[in-house]
Design a protein around this ligand. Structure first.
Ligand code: ACO
Length: 327
């Protein structure tokens, strides 16, 4: 029996309307537009209005992806929401997405892999189709990370933005996902975390006053591990796919920092014109990052049918992932 091939039948994305520029942040913390642009590459980011949940962003991306796949919400059999910022601890964000888009025939669950959520969710969705359990799987990468930002901490508040991306996976006759590499190393779990609000440290006055519900990060260490983790994952993924690095037409890395992207591109020997970058507009949108990048790269004609492309990502955990796809 031949192994099924799984490909992306439709893509969608959504970012909130509100733009927060580096100059806006200059008024909130001791920083400058120049520092943010030169140290990160970010010019502005989108921030959701208070009271919005991640599922609201994700549902908009999902509706677009389902439409682009020429399907109806009722055709979706599984929703995997790659997110670590669900609307609330329970029920899952995926169930709220299901409710909003009317995908009444779907099973739904969240997948927590921080910024690597989209690539992890794509890999998981692929397996459900290959195994024969489902035909149409909706995969989301979405985070509303602004809810967890300490807006007085200049070392983190300048980096992130809100957004959502979605893809519909179905069986394909040719091409599709050629290989995936997923990895994690829990020994670095403390480097990037939201320390309270979970079962170990539920909300108290003390945790709120200590801002333990906000994201904290050892930026420098994450930087080094991100460069190594993503480069190694891409090399391994290309090897598994039998694709040479020079044959990758478009490389879509996690959009966290231009300097990380440049260092990974250099390690892999990929020329800048093959490396997709949109972080100047959105900052780090966590699980949505690669999903939005993929959507925009296709929309801008940077990816054509038959092209071999590669996604690469890393995030809190630490986790990382890469995926080679024939478009
Ligand atoms: N404006 C002005 N100065 C700043 C700012 C700011 N916004 N932030 C930090 N600084 C200062 C620091 O206080 C420090 O000052 P000091 O030398 O007087 O102590 C100086 O700038 C240099 O700080 P560094 O932290 O060494 O700056 P660095 O060049 O490493 O850049 C950054 C920091 C941008 C955070 C970088 O380390 C980075 O991008 N790391 C990776 C982070 C990342 O990708 N995280 C996402 C992971 S994905 C996920 O799962 C969410």
């Amino acid at each position: 029996m031949s192994v099924k091939k799984v490909g992306i039948a439709g893509l969608g994305f959504y970012v909130p309307e509100k733009v927060v520029t580096n100059h806006d942040l200059e008024k909130m913390v001791e920083t400058t537009d120049e520092w943010i642009r030169t140290r990160t590459g970010i010019h502005e980011r989108r921030i959701a209005e208070k009271g919005t949940g991640t599922s609201a962003l994700a549902a908009k991306a999902a509706v677009q992806a389902i439409g682009n796949a020429h399907l109806k919400p009722e055709d979706i059999e599984l929703i995997i929401a790659g997110t670590t910022t669900p609307d609330m601890p329970l029920p899952s964000c995926a169930c709220f997405i299901q409710q909003k888009i009317g995908a009444k025939n779907a099973a739904a669950f969240d997948l927590g892999a921080a910024c690597a959520g989209f690539v992890y969710a794509l890999a998981a969705g692929e397996q459900f189709i290959k195994g024969g359990m489902y035909k149409n799987v909706l995969v989301i990468g979405a985070d509303l990370i602004s809810s967890y930002i300490d807006w007085t901490d200049r070392s983190t508040c300048v980096l992130f933005g809100d957004g959502a991306g979605a893809a519909v996976l179905t069986e394909t006759k040719s091409g599709g996902i050629l290989s995936s590499v997923l990895g994690s190393d829990g020994k670095y779990a403390e480097l990037l975390k939201i320390g309270a609000g979970g079962s170990k440290s539920p909300a108290t006055n003390e945790t709120v006053n200590a801002k333990d519900h906000c994201l904290k990060m050892s930026g420098g260490e994450v930087f080094k591990l991100a460069v190594r983790g993503m480069s190694d994952a891409v090399k391994k993924c290309c090897e598994m796919a039998g694709v040479r690095l020079e044959d990758i037409k478009c490389f879509i890395p996690h959009q966290a920092n231009q300097r990380i992207i440049d260092a990974v591109g250099e390690r892999l020997g990929l020329p800048a014109e093959k490396v997709f970058v949109n972080l100047q507009k959105y900052g780090n949108t966590s699980a949505a990052s690669c999903a939005i990048g993929l959507y925009e790269a296709v929309e801008q004609g940077r990816i054509k049918r038959g092209d071999k492309i590669c996604l690469a990502t890393f995030g809190s955990g630490l986790v990382w992932g890469a995926m080679v796809i024939e478009w």
